[in-house]
Write a protein of this length. Structure first.
Length: 106
């Protein structure tokens, strides 16, 4: 099992050589992984407060934190399995789902 923070440019991904034209793709891959880690950390930090609000009757913060945590974990797993397009799509769909929930709640 891989560590959440030790994953980066390693033997799984080919290194970008200057002048080959692969640098934007490598940057996009690293950005996908970083976005997933940020979503996991922020959702985990907000989860205790969201659970408190869930107990007091507000369900929306808990649902948003759960979607963020699930999205981060799934997209990081997809990234580690070299399914970069699916990881990017998962991040976009999760953000759209959160936006839809916030729109419906308004």
């Amino acid at each position: 099992m891989r560590s959440l923070f030790s994953f980066g440019a390693s033997k799984e991904m080919s290194l970008a050589i200057a002048g080959t034209g692969h640098r934007p793709e490598m940057l996009r891959r690293k950005t996908l992984a970083n976005n997933s880690r940020i979503a996991i950390v922020l959702s985990a930090v907000m989860m205790p407060l969201a659970v408190y609000w869930l107990v007091t009757g507000a369900i929306l913060p808990f649902v948003l934190a759960a979607i963020g945590l699930g999205c981060g974990m799934v997209t990081l797993a997809l990234h580690q399995r070299h399914l970069f397009e699916k990881a990017a799509a998962g991040q976009v769909y999760a953000m759209m789902a959160m936006g839809l929930l916030l729109t419906l709640a308004d």
